[in-house]
Design a protein around this ligand. Structure first.
Ligand code: HEM
Ligand SMILES: *[C@@H]1O[C@H](CO)[C@@H](O)[C@H](O)[C@H]1NC(C)=O
Length: 328
C-alpha cells in the first residue's frame, strides 16, 4: 500500500483540529472545584450556609433536593427556576407542577454570602446544584462529588415545565420516558423518586385517592390516617394541609420510602405505581432490601440530573440576584 500524501495531511489536520477543540471547546465544561482560582471559598461558603439554614429550618435541605429536580429537568441546570415574574416574563414557580415549593428566599441568603466573598463570580445554577449536594448530606444521604461551572439562563421557561416535570398521577411509562430523555435509566429514575423519602405532600395531591372511595392500592389503615390529615375532599389549596411522606424517618434520605411502598403506604400515585410496573417493581424490592444499593443509584442519578445540558459561556451569565436576569 502506498501512502497517499494528501490523505496523510488531511488526517494530520483532522487530528490537530480534534486536539485543538479539546482546548477551545464550545461545549461548556463542568469541572470539579471550578471556582478554585476565582473564588476558592465558594463551595465552603455554600456548605456553611446550607448547614446554618438546616439548623434553623430543617426543611430547607428538603427544598434544595426538589429544586435540583425542578431546575435541571426543565431544559438545563441553569437556575431558570429561580427567576421571578417580571413584565414580559412569567416564572416557572407559578406552574401547577411547582405546587408546594418553598424556601426560595433562603437561596438569596446563600447567594448573598457568596457575593460577599466574590462578587459576580458564582452562578445561581451552581448554588442550586451544590446546595442540593450539601442538603442531601444533611439529610443523611450520600456524599456526592459534583462538578461546577454552570451558567445562569437569561430566561424562564414556564410553558416547558408541564412537558418536563410529570404530574403526581402520570403513568410510570411517562415518568421513565421523561428521565430517559435526559439520559437517566430506570434504576436511576426509581432511585430519584426516593427523594420522596423526605418532605410532604399537600392534601390537594392526595384527596383523589381518598374520596369518594379509597384507592384499593392504598393500605386501608394508612388511608384512615390520611383522611384525618385531609378531612375534606376539596381542600382549600391555600390551606397548609399536608401529610409527611415518611412517618418513620421523615427527615432522612433512606430506603424507608421503598419499604413503605411495599406496605402500600406511598402517597403519590406515581410513587405507589412503582410497585406494580414490571420494569420498576423489582427495583423497588431491591432498594427496599438494600439501602446501600439505593444510595449508590441515587448518587449516580443525582449527578446525571445535575449535569443535564449545561449552558455554555455565551448562552448564559452569572446572575447578581438569583431572582432576576442581570440588567444590561
Ligand atoms: C416523576 C416524578 C415526580 C413527580 C410526579 C413528583 C411530584 C411531587 C409532588 C406532587 C410533590 C408534593 C408537593 C406538595 O404537595 O407540596 C413532591 C414533593 C417533593 N418532591 Fe417530587 N416528584 C417527582 C420526582 C422528584 C424527584 C426526582 C425529586 C428529587 C430528586 C423530587 C423531590 C421532591 C421533594 C424533596 C419533595 C418534598 C418537598 C417539600 O416537602 O417541600 N421529586 N413531588
Ligand atoms: C391528574 O390530576 C389532575 C389534578 O392534579 C387532574 O386534573 C387530572 O384529571 C388527573 N389525571 C388523571 C389521568 O387522573
Amino acid at each position: 500500500m502506498t501512502l497517499n500524501k494528501h490523505h496523510c495531511c488531511s488526517t494530520f489536520i483532522f487530528l490537530l483540529l480534534t486536539l485543538l477543540s479539546q482546548f477551545y471547546s464550545v461545549e461548556s465544561e463542568l469541572q470539579l472545584n471550578y471556582y478554585a482560582e476565582s473564588c476558592p471559598n465558594a463551595e465552603e461558603t455554600i456548605k456553611q450556609q446550607v448547614i446554618k439554614l438546616y439548623n434553623k429550618h430543617g426543611n430547607t435541605a428538603v427544598s434544595w433536593v426538589r429544586n435540583l429536580f425542578h431546575d435541571c429537568m426543565v431544559k438545563s441546570c441553569d437556575a431558570s427556576l429561580l427567576l421571578r415574574r417580571v413584565k414580559g416574563m412569567e416564572s416557572e414557580q407559578e406552574s401547577d407542577r411547582s405546587f408546594g415549593m418553598r424556601n426560595f428566599k433562603y437561596i438569596n441568603t446563600i447567594k448573598e454570602a457568596v457575593e460577599k466573598e466574590c462578587p459576580m463570580t458564582v452562578s445561581c445554577a451552581d448554588i442550586v446544584a451544590l446546595s442540593a449536594r450539601d442538603g442531601i448530606l444533611m439529610l443523611g444521604g450520600p456524599r456526592i462529588e459534583m462538578r461546577s461551572g454552570r451558567k445562569d439562563s437569561k430566561q424562564s421557561y414556564l410553558t416547558e415545565v408541564q412537558n418536563a416535570i410529570p404530574n403526581h398521577n402520570d403513568t410510570i411509562d411517562l415518568v421513565l420516558a421523561r428521565f430517559q430523555s435526559i439520559g437517566i435509566d430506570t434504576p436511576g429514575a426509581v432511585a430519584l423518586l426516593g427523594a420522596h423519602s423526605v418532605g410532604r405532600v399537600h392534601c390537594v395531591n392526595l384527596v383523589h385517592r381518598l374520596y369518594p372511595t379509597v384507592d384499593p392500592t392504598l393500605d386501608p389503615e394508612h388511608a384512615e390516617y390520611l383522611k384525618r390529615r385531609c378531612p375534606t375532599p376539596d381542600p382549600d389549596p391555600k390551606a397548609v394541609l399536608y401529610s409527611r411522606n415518611d412517618l418513620e424517618t421523615p427527615m432522612i434520605l433512606d430506603n424507608m420510602f421503598y419499604k413503605n411502598l411495599l406496605k402500600h403506604k406511598g402517597l403519590l400515585m406515581v410513587d405507589q405505581q412503582l410497585t406494580s410496573h414490571p420494569l420498576t417493581s423489582p427495583l423497588v424490592e431491591k432498594m427496599a432490601a438494600d439501602n446501600g444499593y439505593f444510595l449508590d443509584q441515587f448518587a449516580r442519578a443525582v449527578l446525571l440530573l445535575s449535569e443535564n445540558n449545561p449552558l455554555n459561556e455565551d448562552q448564559g451569565e452569572i446572575r447578581k440576584d438569583c431572582r432576576y436576569v442581570n440588567l444590561v
